[in-house]
Design a protein around this ligand. Structure first.
Ligand SMILES: Nc1ncnc2c1ncn2[C@@H]1O[C@H](COP(=O)(O)OP(=O)(O)O)[C@@H](O)[C@H]1O
Ligand SMILES: [Mg+2]
Length: 243
């Protein structure tokens, strides 16, 4: 069972959007996905995925021992993605219990667990997750976000965890002409290995408002490449102008 934790220090970098799209990409690769909204108090995935009306139990109930099946929400049109919603307020469970809960998930039922973490660097939360968790740091191509990703990279390094970088909302014009000479600068600064690049996407902006997430097309392929890389496949980065 692969565990992917999606993180960034700042809010608004695209973690929740990425978590949903990565879940859909894993589903396309034939995986059964458990998507966990860990953004306590700021829950949004149930709303984004149109599942709020059936929400009765959430992550805090599941951690407290409620039968998991009763806490899971179905995702319309995605039979192989189950959603566990975030609690509506903060502090309903300890991180150590959250970690224990993740460790106790049945690998026969889920191939991939994707955790949409809250914004904010939190070593205790990172440490509570299983040691083989793949942390994915979502970074936008601007200096503030790159500095933020560098902090994530340093923290993960300090606690001996593995993190990789996704550059989200990529527009080659910005990167080439305004901020950085090239992508290598971002990677060097954050000291995180590059997992993938997601383009600035009108489709994703639209999805955030309508709940109609991408299931095909050029922009969606970025998520398929990332999911394949997380499965250990060696998928080359396309030419930057084709992203
Ligand atoms: N690749 C992208 N292209 C265009 N808009 C994006 C992209 N990724 C995220 N967004 C937009 O950025 C905003 C914040 O995204 P969200 O997923 O809520 O971030 P976070 O969970 O990190 O706070 C949303 O309006 C979303 O539509
Ligand atoms: Mg979010």
């Amino acid at each position: 069972m692969k565990i992917v934790a999606v993180t960034s220090g700042k809010g608004g970098s695209g973690k929740s959007t990425f978590s949903v799209q990565l879940s859909i990409a894993f589903e396309k690769l034939g995986k059964r996905v458990l998507l966990i909204d860990m953004d306590e108090g700021m829950r949004c995935l149930d709303m984004l995925l149109g599942a709020s009306e059936s929400l009765i139990f959430d992550l805090s109930d599941a951690i407290a021992g409620k039968e998991l099946e009763l806490c899971l929400l179905e995702v319309r049109k995605h039979n192989n993605i189950m959603l566990l919603a975030a609690p509506s307020s903060k502090g309903l469970f300890e991180y150590s219990d959250f970690g224990q809960f993740i460790r106790g998930l049945d690998p026969q039922k889920y191939d991939t667990v994707i955790i949409d973490l809250p914004a904010g660097l939190d070593a205790e939360l990172y440490k509570a997750l299983p040691v083989d968790t793949e942390f994915v740091c979502i970074c936008n191509p601007n200096q503030v976000s790159v500095r933020d990703a560098a902090n994530v990279g340093e923290l993960l390094n300090n606690i001996g965890r593995r993190g990789r970088l996704v550059i989200n909302r990529f527009e080659k014009y910005f990167v080439k002409n305004i901020l950085f000479d090239n992508i290598d600068d971002i990677i060097n600064e954050t000291k995180l290995g590059l997992l993938g690049i997601v383009p600035e996407s009108e489709g994703l902006r639209y999805a955030f408002c309508t709940g109609k997430f991408l299931t095909r097309g050029t922009d969606f392929k970025a998520f398929l490449r990332i999911a394949s890389r997380l499965c250990g496949k060696d998928v080359k980065l396309p030419k930057l102008k084709k992203i």
